[in-house]
Design a protein. Structure first.
Length: 146
């Protein structure tokens, strides 16, 4: 007879541990809602980070293209001509993604050989600022102030 009593006590303990469905709060829906909100927050952060990454990559590409054109202008009358024969930025970068000055120079020289009219010409005379920067021609560098 002692066994049924223990079973009844065990049954009472189980009933006490488990709250009736009407009295307890269903935490699984709240937990799922919290998990969904947290996942949405991380998805939003990921999208924002991807957008920022894409924007920065585009800005870097613009700056790299400008630097390539500046370097190409050492050989070409217009540095933008470096792109006219189908060259791409990727062709002029190192393995690490930096601009390779030797590749830019080599390509620009090749373009000058192929298109002689694209070459940079030397100025016929020094610029006026170089001539007059030290005062008037034939004059003194420091005119006296009276």
């Amino acid at each position: 007879m002692t066994e049924p009593i223990e079973t009844a006590e065990a049954a009472d303990e189980q009933v006490v541990e488990t709250p009736p469905p009407d009295e307890g709060v269903d935490t699984t829906d709240d937990q799922q809602s919290d998990d969904n909100r947290e996942a949405a927050k991380y998805r939003h952060r990921a999208k924002a980070a991807e957008a920022e990454r894409d924007q920065l990559a585009e800005r870097l590409q613009v700056l790299q293209r400008a630097e390539v054109q500046r370097r190409a202008a050492e050989h070409l009358a217009d540095g933008a001509d470096i792109w006219r024969d189908g060259a791409t930025l990727e062709d002029l970068l190192t393995d690490s993604g930096d601009i390779d000055p030797d590749k830019v120079s080599e390509l620009a020289k090749g373009l000058v050989d192929a298109h002689r009219h694209w070459r940079k010409t030397a100025p016929a005379a020094p610029p006026a600022s170089a001539v007059t920067s030290n005062g008037k021609i034939g004059g003194r560098a420091d005119p006296e102030v009276t």
